[in-house]
Design a protein around this ligand. Structure first.
Ligand code: GLV
Ligand code: MG
Length: 307
C-alpha cells in the first residue's frame, strides 16, 4: 500500500527510543536504511504520553533523508495502542511511512490496526492506505499464526523476528536478546528464521531480523548477520551507529556476486531470445529459467542496496 516505502532497502533498521530527544536527533545523521522511533519497550510507562509528542515533533521537524520512517506503537494487550496511533499518525503528516506493531499474536490484531489507520487517515486527510504496517513476530502464539498474520492486510510491508521477547515467550535458558546459546549444537533459531521467512515471502513481504543486544560484540554481530543474510533475510535491526555500519555491509550483495547475477541474466536472455534455447551453459554451469529467477531477485536486491 504505502508505495514509497514498500520496496526501499531495509538492510539496517535503526531503533531510537521515542522518549529521548538526543537519540532522536542523532538518528538523522546515522546512515541507516530505515529508522523506527519507538514508543514500546525502550520507553518507560511513565514516559509513554510524552514520547508520543517527541516522536511527532521528530518526524515533522528533523531533516530526514529518504529512508523508511516508522513508529513502533505499543502492543494491543496494553492500554496505549489506539492513542499511540491516533496521536502519532494523526499529527505526523505524509513523511511517516509505517507503523510497527509488536508482539502480534493473530491476524485480527493486524486487521484491527488496518481499520484504525483507515479512520485516522480519513480524519486527517492522508490518502487511505498511505501508512504501511510492519508486524513483529516475537511470541510463541505469533509464530504459530505467522502464516495468517502475513496474509492479513495489504498494508503489510515487512515481518520482523523479535528474538528477545521470543526467547522469553519460549522460556529459553538465555539472558541476552538475539545471541546464540553456546551450548546448543546448532542454531536454536533456525526453524523460527525459516518459518518466518517462508510466510513473509509467500506474501511478498520483506523479512527482517531483530536486535543483537551485545552492542560491543562486533564479531558476534557479524556472525549473526551472516546467518539470516545467508537464508535470504533483507536486513536486521541496529541499536547503535556502529551496528548500522556492520549490518549495511553484511546485507549488501558483494560486487562480485552482483556482477555475476547480471551476467547470468544477459546470458539467459541471449539464449532464449536469440538462440531459442531454454537451457544454456554459463561457464561450467547449466542455467535455465530458475537460474534467471534467482539472478533477477539478486539484482533487484543489489540495486536496492545501491549497486
Ligand atoms: C525485539 O523487540 C525483541 O523482542 O527482540
Ligand atoms: Mg520485543
Amino acid at each position: 500500500m504505502s508505495e514509497r516505502s514498500r520496496n526501499l532497502p531495509r538492510r539496517s533498521c535503526l531503533s531510537s527510543p521515542g522518549s529521548n530527544d538526543r537519540f532522536l536527533q542523532k538518528a538523522v545523521s546515522v546512515p541507516a536504511d530505515m529508522s523506527f522511533l519507538d514508543l514500546e519497550d525502550s520507553v518507560a510507562p511513565s514516559e509513554k504520553a510524552a514520547a508520543r509528542k517527541k516522536v511527532v515533533e521528530a518526524i515533522r521537524d528533523l531533516p530526514w533523508d529518504d529512508r523508511v520512517l516508522c513508529v513502533r506503537v505499543n502492543a494491543w494487550d496494553t492500554p496505549w495502542t489506539y492513542q499511540d496511533v491516533v496521536e502519532v499518525v494523526g499529527n505526523s503528516g505524509m513523511r511517516l511511512d509505517e507503523v510497527m506493531l509488536p508482539k502480534v499474536q493473530s491476524a485480527s490484531e493486524v486487521v484491527a490496526l488496518d481499520l484504525l489507520l483507515t479512520q485516522v487517515e480519513k480524519n486527517v486527510g492522508l490518502p487511505v492506505g498511505h501508512i504501511g504496517i510492519e508486524a513483529q513476530i516475537e511470541t510463541t502464539r505469533g509464530l504459530i499464526e505467522v502464516e495468517s498474520i502475513c496474509a492479513s492486510s495489504k498494508r503489510l510491508e515487512t515481518v520482523i523476528f523479535g528474538p528477545a521477547d521470543f526467547a522469553a515467550s519460549m522460556e529459553m535458558p538465555v539472558l541476552t536478546g538475539g545471541v546464540q546459546i553456546p551450548t546448543y549444537p546448532g542454531d536454536h533459531f533456525h526453524y523460527v528464521f525459516s518459518k518466518i521467512l517462508m510466510a513473509g515471502r509467500a506474501n511478498g513481504l520483506q523479512v527482517i531480523d531483530g536486535p543483537y543486544l551485545k552492542v560491543r560484540d562486533t564479531d558476534g554481530l557479524i556472525d549473526y548477520c551472516k546467518r539470516t543474510a545467508t537464508l535470504g533475510y533483507d536486513g536486521k535491526w541496529a541499536l547503535t551507529p556502529d551496528q548500522v555500519e556492520v549490518i549495511n555491509s553484511v546485507y549488501s550483495p558483494t560486487q562480485e556476486l552482483f556482477d555475476r547475477a547480471w551476467d547470468i541474466l544477459e546470458a539467459y536472455k541471449t539464449a532464449t531470445e536469440s538462440e531459442g534455447k531454454g537451457a544454456v551453459m554459463f561457464g561450467d554451469e547449466m542455467i535455465d529459467e530458475a537460474s534467471r529467477k534467482m539472478a533477477a531477485k539478486f539484482v533487484a536486491r543489489g540495486e536496492r542496496a545501491g549497486r
